[in-house]
Design a protein around this ligand. Sequence first.
Ligand code: SF4
Ligand code: SF4
Length: 423
Amino acid sequence: MPANHSETAPRPAQPPLAPKAPRRAARLVRWAVLAVVLAATTALGILHQKAGVGKPVGVDALCPFGGLETLWSLVSTGTLLRRVALSSVLLLGAAVATALVFRRTFCGRICPLGFLQELAGRIGRGVFGRRLEVPAALDRPARLLKYVVLGVSLLAAWQTAELAIRPYDPWVAYQHLTSPEVLTEFGVGLAVLGVSLVGSFFYDRFFCKYACPMGAFLALVSRFGLVKVRRNASTCIDCKACDRACPANVSVSTADVVTSPECIDCGECVAACPVAGTLAQGTKTRALTPVAASVLSVALFASLVGGATAAGVFGWTMPTLKQEMQRRGSGDGGEAPAAGTLDTSLIRGSTTISEIVDATGIPAEEFTRVYGVPASEQDRPLKELKDTYGCYPGDVRAFVELYLTDPAAAATYVPGSATEGGH
Ligand code: SF4
Ligand code: SF4
């Protein structure tokens, strides 16, 4: 129970204050890591959209939720869903392994979408001068929505063998902000992003609380996490600074151990607690300092991803069409594939004509003849050329398939028989 401060009670001894410097440092580490992750993922997203051969992989290959969506396909057929790379599965593994120790620290200390929302929340708090609340009767049932989103998106992925959530995903929309597709293919995701940021302006981490399927999944895993926020009730002065600091609106001041699945293990409550030895993240037997909790949790995740990168299994750059064909066994190690052996579904909006030429042996001049794309433009992704030259990925797939099976018929191919957009 908190101390009683009534006027008739004997004046309690002044509680030892927690030094401010380590608490500030822990906050600084968290915000610095989040800012670096946001800046790096934003840069990778822009480069993926704009750069040619050798560019970074896209958002689908760098999202742990894609790894979860593809698990059924991986287990049942041994293949990944289209657009998903092994790196997504590895990121999922790193997030789960980290959650088994530091619970939802991926949400609180690494996720760039969470950080964007937290920035909006900080601005909102600055404008209103305090944190706004949503009535518990509305807030509590609404938080279950994210589990529904998790179930529906996994079911849809299993049923359709596609990344079903992709068009509605605010992070995918964010990563396409520099692409014209953001308004066509990702219009709904962009709207969800807008609602999430505006919502977070009024109520911290709006999307995390109500709709994030990855957060819902990690909330389930975090039940087994070892390191939790623990409160020493005998020294707590019931100032509620922890409650006010919590972006997830967890009632820290009434818990001995924070077990709420809503806790994103950001450590903000610990950093806010003014009384030494009262609030800490740790195991039953060992409390971590605020800085150690901040550094160790991120270091665990980073070391797993770094280890996978060093082992050569985490791909940061897009394989060329030829490399992808060889990986799937459809090429023969450098020669043009035999007629009809190319899996043309590998041709996407991010593919360049130069890659197709390199992979299939179709002369580059054929693409100039059919689509009018000059040699100087053939290193650019199809999605950047399609509106000017009509080389829509679906149309190019049709042309390439025809060329590889019946070159004579391809000589009279007229563009426009297939005009789907695509990625
Ligand atoms: S309870 Fe503490 S660690 Fe958990 S979300 Fe709230 S502030 Fe962060
Ligand atoms: S910040 Fe929370 S845990 Fe720390 S003294 Fe105040 S109420 Fe107690």
